[in-house]
Design a protein around this ligand. Structure first.
Ligand SMILES: NC(=O)c1ccc[n+]([C@@H]2O[C@H](COP(=O)([O-])OP(=O)(O)OC[C@H]3O[C@@H](n4cnc5c(N)ncnc54)[C@H](O)[C@@H]3O)[C@@H](O)[C@H]2O)c1
Length: 445
């Protein structure tokens, strides 16, 4: 099938590459000439495990092309996926300007039937707006032409995006006409061969499902983060509590990890957008407001612990920091807690020496010229002369570090762990002062 993907970011590039992998002929469009140039030169503009191989294989096979040429991209695909960004507007609602511009661009150029698929995360009712934008563009040309609008929200996780796309838990298709449903079924058939995981529903429910899923996951994290604060006050260990509740199948083990707050391009903006959708129809979504407020608080938790240990004035202090990306497996720095932590430490007079396996270039881009922040070429190289180590992202390479080096090279053996990578009792035995999230110091070492 001939498919166009509009927007070649995390979602668009993975979608395009995986659809090409199944034999489709895919054209990926982006207005960002830098991204398209990188792709046309055989690279990829983001860090995503396994993606480069899929992109290179399919580009070489002639099934995957990259362009900035809107005319050619619209002419190519019967199915046009829209995977552009939907950043938060000033009031927290999803800003649809990129989605609607993409829709208009299709309406201004199409010459035959198209299925226009919203893959971006968009609020309920967006499919109607996309429909109107295309219809208006056609009317302006004095044309009437058949087209369908489908909602097909994406559930991939950065860091495991290719795997998630190739083996989806479910595929949500919101559509209200048979022709579009059949086309969507045939596009996704190769991905659901062992068991049909495609759920067809009405457009609004499909749009809603994506926000509901992200809001639920964010709620679990904020819930655990809030309980971790209580655990610290009352002398309980949140890690035992996590295991104790996660073993109940009604609760399950996923997304119950307390930490330094959630970040990324999805949870923060999607929770805000859902709260805003509620407000627009006069509903106060109090649970989700609290989820967001708890997360903002949680981004401060590591610095609060540092301040409790060293005092509010951190002038002359240096901190080693492991991890910058909002989660492991990605170089995405959008809304990363590390940004709040770095800014706060530096505002208090400290210096930060940071290391991240893949996100340092992106960190330099989003925190340009940040005085007081230096980068090291490896995790151990952040340590010499630092007052303490802060762990912010749970990369695998931080899980079994050289504790002797930590002890020997820091000014004092002191670790603030925002991801609960270690056991307090082990750290006590190693002679390392250890501050984790929701975990009391051990009663016996
Ligand atoms: N990143 C994720 O993990 C993830 C997961 C599921 C859903 N989503 C949703 O998918 C959407 C895209 O997210 P992303 O992380 O891939 O964004 P991104 O910022 O990485 O990529 C968006 C791309 O669209 C391009 N673009 C904007 N307007 C365009 C236009 N008119 N024509 C062509 N290209 C255009 C931009 O240049 C950019 O490269 C968002 O709505 C997001 O919420 C993201």
């Amino acid at each position: 099938m001939k498919i166009t993907v509009v927007g070649t970011g995390y979602v668009g590039l993975v979608t395009g590459a995986c659809l090409a992998e199944m034999g489709n002929h895919v054209v990926c469009l982006d207005l960002d000439a830098r991204k398209i140039e990188i792709l046309n030169n055989g690279g990829i503009p983001i860090h995503e495990p396994g993606l480069l191989e899929v992109v290179q294989r399919n580009a070489k096979g002639g099934r995957l092309e990259f362009t900035t040429d809107v005319d050619a991209a619209v002419a190519h695909g019967t199915v046009q996926f829209i995977a552009v960004g939907t950043p938060p507007d000033e009031d927290g609602s999803a800003d649809l300007k990129y989605v609607l511009a993409a829709a208009r661009a299709i309406g201004e150029r199409m010459t035959d039937y198209k299925v226009i698929v919203d893959k971006s995360t968009v609020p309920v009712g967006t499919a109607d707006k996309v429909h109107a934008a295309v219809a208006e563009a056609l009317a302006a040309r004095g044309e009437t032409m058949e087209f369908s609008v489908v909602s097909n929200p994406e559930f991939l996780k950065e860091g495991a995006a290719v795997e998630d796309f190739m083996r989806p838990d479910r595929i949500i298709v919101g559509a209200e006409d048979e022709r579009a449903i059949l086309l969507m079924r045939s596009i996704y058939a190769p991905f659901v061969r062992n068991r049909d995981r495609l759920l067809v529903m009405d457009l609004r429910s499909a749009e809603f499902t994506k926000y509901a899923a992200n809001a639920m996951l964010a709620t679990r994290i904020s819930f655990m983060n809030e309980l971790s604060r209580l655990a610290e006050r009352v002398g309980a260990d949140i890690e035992w509590v996590r295991q104790g509740i996660g073993s109940d199948p009604r609760i399950g083990t996923h997304f119950l990890y307390p930490g330094a707050g959630y970040g990324g391009s999805c949870f923060p903006k999607d929770v805000k957008a859902l709260v805003r959708s509620g407000a627009e129809v006069g509903l106060n979504l109090g649970v989700l407001e609290a989820v967001e407020a708890a997360n903002e608080r949680q981004k401060q938790v590591l610095v609060e612990k540092v301040v409790a240990r060293f005092g509010a004035d951190l002038s002359g202090r240096r901190f080693a920091m492991w991890g910058l990306a909002f989660k492991p497996g990605t170089d995405d720095m959008r809304e990363a807690p590390s940004r709040v932590i770095v800014a706060d430490l530096i505002a208090r007079g400290a210096e930060v020496v940071a290391y991240d396996p893949v996100a340092m270039e992106e960190a330099q881009r989003v925190m340009p010229g940040q005085a007081g922040l230096r980068y090291a070429a490896s995790a151990p190289e952040t340590l010499p002369g630092a007052d303490a180590l802060l762990i912010v992202t749970e990369w695998k390479e931080f899980r079994s570090p050289d504790f002797d080096a930590i002890r020997a090279q820091l000014k004092q053996p002191l670790v603030f762990d925002g991801r609960n990578l270690f056991e307090p009792i082990d750290m006590a035995q190693l002679g390392i002062e250890y501050h984790a999230i929701g975990r009391p110091a051990p009663k016996r070492a």
